[in-house]
Design a protein around this ligand. Structure first.
Ligand code: NAP
Length: 293
């Protein structure tokens, strides 16, 4: 087994981004700028947003966090998004999900100017992605393609099984792997909670990508020998072994599956770090007006 090391690859790519950010800042007369909106105080969301902001500073971007209490109305949130859409000093704009139940995430996603949608969730970006046109690719699937590329993992002609069909991970991932692109050109099977006998599909996967949010769901008997295994899961459990007070587990039983896989991502230290890189690369593209003017 060899590790697909998100720590190594993300550090390498962040160094490259930092160099490009300096050059771009000289050209623009300001740093690339990412704005994140956070509603409420969900522990996971707080951690993810803080990490995004910190990573922006690390690579020389400007970052701004706008916070709202859980009581914010949808209208107030949409008004704030509209203001940021019109602000020429904002390159990328993300709204951390999940949102409180009284706010429609679809309305919020569609309210973000697709030219600033560095999360890649807007229907225009998703539609363009499907058509293999330049766009912002959702950060997690984008990060996964970057790590596959970095390690030269051959994907053409392989059977890729994606478990989980969320709009932000599984579904776009399945499209990227099926596209005529590199990585891509796979024969793709997309499994979800209604799939019967999931193991019968995962056991035939040359590349297995799992994003369901169930600790250690994929066991060794569900994996083909020498498969490439990508674990997107981030399952937080409280722990007194760590400084943060919680421990992260993937959707894959790492210890058991690692002995069978040819390549595997660890949790933590895998896809999570690559997701940040995907977001940073999208923000750089947005500031450069590389995709949309
Ligand atoms: P989500 O929106 O909750 O979607 C979960 C998907 O998994 C759904 O499509 C669901 O099927 C499917 N599913 C649930 N239980 C299943 C089962 N027993 N068998 C087969 N499929 C099942 O989750 P998400 O946002 O994609 O996130 C998935 C995991 O990835 C979570 O642990 C999350 O924290 C993590 N994540 C990590 C990163 C990162 O950067 N590493 C980024 C995003 C998410 P249905 O559609 O049929 O309900």
């Amino acid at each position: 087994m060899q590790l697909l090391d998100g720590k190594y690859v993300s550090n390498k790519l962040k160094q490259e981004i930092a160099v490009e950010a300096v050059e771009l800042a000289q050209k623009l007369g300001r740093k690339p700028h990412l704005v994140a909106i956070l509603v409420g105080h969900d522990g996971g969301s707080e951690t993810y947003v803080a990490s995004k902001m910190k990573n922006c500073e690390t690579v020389g971007f400007r970052s701004t966090l706008i916070r709202f209490e859980n009581t914010v109305t949808e209208t107030e949130l949409l008004h704030q998004i509209e203001k940021l859409n019109l602000d020429h000093e904002v390159d990328g704009l993300i709204v951390q999900l999940p949102l409180p139940s009284h706010i429609d995430p679809e309305r919020v996603t569609e309210a973000i100017d697709y030219r600033k949608d560095v999360d890649g969730f807007h229907p225009i970006n998703l539609g363009r992605m499907q058509r293999n046109l330049p766009c912002f690719i959702p950060a997690t699937p984008y990060g996964i393609t970057l790590i596959l590329k970095e390690y030269g993992i051959e994907t053409a002609g392989k059977h890729c099984v994606v478990v989980g069909r969320s709009q932000i991970v599984g579904l776009p991932m399945s499209i990227l792997m099926a596209r005529n692109s590199q990585p891509g050109n796979c024969t793709v099977t997309l499994c979800h909670s209604k799939t019967e006998n999931i193991a019968s599909y995962t056991q035939n996967a040359d590349i297995l990508i799992v994003a369901i949010g169930k600790k250690n769901f994929i066991t060794a008997d569900m994996v083909k020998k020498d498969a490439v295994v990508i674990d997107v899961g981030m399952n937080r459990e409280s722990s007194n072994e760590t400084k943060s007070g919680f421990k992260l587990y993937g959707d894959v039983d790492f210890e058991a599956v690692a002995s069978k896989a040819s390549w595997i991502t660890p949790v933590p230290g895998g896809v999570g770090l690559m997701t940040i890189v995907g977001l940073l690369k999208n923000t750089l593209s947005a500031a450069r007006k590389e995709i949309y003017v």
